[in-house]
Write a protein that binds this ligand. Structure first.
Ligand code: URA
Length: 311
């Protein structure tokens, strides 16, 4: 895929959208869980140049990502200091190097949804344009060699439907979980060029829980058999599901609503057809967790180089 052909490089620019008339009447929009606000911080000055946002569960991993990307883009801080922009709170951590923002989101749909409401407002208030957002994370694979990276084609729910449901004012609202297919293909192409690990494009099942929600047999409670578990995972596989995690559905839905170009890139830590417990060594798991960072790092570098050539 030619990076020069995508929308990011075309002459018109895409803003980040919010759809909330009530925001206009707020004198100060307080982004409480980031410990930032429109009256207390100059958001356009702090974040106006952001073009890439990477989000992931753990604050530690998102700090490691900014250190990695700083080195890749040759934008290292000589003192190797990458301050947490959200130091005023322990809810989420945020780091920035040049046009790249790295934010942690915690575990599960409620945690990432709160973070995304505030992140989308932050990008909107900062008047950011042409932003690409990528979730980098870990997952359980189905029938894949552990360590395989999955770029999500479609995020599906635990009944294999491509939708995200939320109860708002007592009514179920169904939202679309489409992701940017061109971006997914560009990421796959980066992986081919890197040639360091296996990467596939496939559906990602997003569940509400790590244990029973993902058909594990090792939670505190379990009311089904090994065969029930295998039957369910095989059905998921037949529906095109390559991996299981806990954030992609709301991530896809909210990014689509705000006009953000979005992708989900998760490494598989184990093959769920073969087991439930994470038994690989710390070193192996750590090296697996670096793979989405390496892939996204390559993508960002390629995009920035293409942009430098055109401008
Ligand atoms: N994350 C998940 O949600 N499930 C797994 O099996 C591994 C990581």
């Amino acid at each position: 895929m030619d990076p020069l052909k995508n929308k990011q490089n075309s002459s018109f620019s895409t803003p980040v959208c919010v759809h909330n008339p009530h925001l206009d009447s707020l004198k100060d929009d307080i982004l409480y869980h980031f410990s930032l606000g429109t009256e207390t911080h100059d958001l356009p000055a702090m974040f106006g140049d952001v073009k890439f946002v990477c989000v992931g569960g753990s604050p530690w991993r998102m700090k490691a990502f900014i250190e990695y990307i700083a080195a890749e883009l040759e934008m290292e801080d000589p003192k190797s200091e990458y301050p947490n922009i959200c130091a005023g709170t322990d809810r989420y951590a945020m780091y920035k190097v040049g046009p790249v923002l790295s934010v942690s989101h915690g575990m599960g749909i409620p945690s990432i949804a709160i973070m995304l409401h505030e992140l989308i407002k932050l990008l909107y208030h900062a008047q950011c344009k042409d932003v690409t957002i990528i979730r980098i994370g870990t997952s359980g694979g189905i029938g894949l060699e552990p360590g395989t990276v999955v770029v999500t084609k479609q995020s599906v729910d635990a009944t294999f439907q491509p939708k995200f449901e939320q109860v708002i004012l007592g009514k179920t609202v169904v939202r679309n979980t489409d992701l940017d297919q061109n971006l997914a293909e560009e990421l796959l192409q980066c992986s081919k060029e890197l040639d360091q690990f296996e990467t596939v494009i496939g559906n990602t099942m997003c569940t509400l829980d790590f244990y029973e929600g993902q058909a594990r047999l090792d939670g505190a409670f379990c009311s089904y058999s090994e065969k029930d578990k295998q039957d369910y995972l095989i059905k998921a596989r037949e529906a095109g599901v390559c991996n299981i995690e806990m954030e992609s559905s709301v991530f896809s839905a909210m990014c689509k609503l705000s006009g953000l170009r979005a992708a989900v890139v998760c490494v598989t830590l184990l093959d769920r057809l073969k087991g439930d417990q994470l038994m690989s060594s710390h070193e192996v798991l750590n090296s697996f967790q670096k793979r989405p960072q390496i892939l996204v790092g390559c993508f960002i570098k390629k995009q920035l180089m293409a942009k430098a050539v055109t401008s």
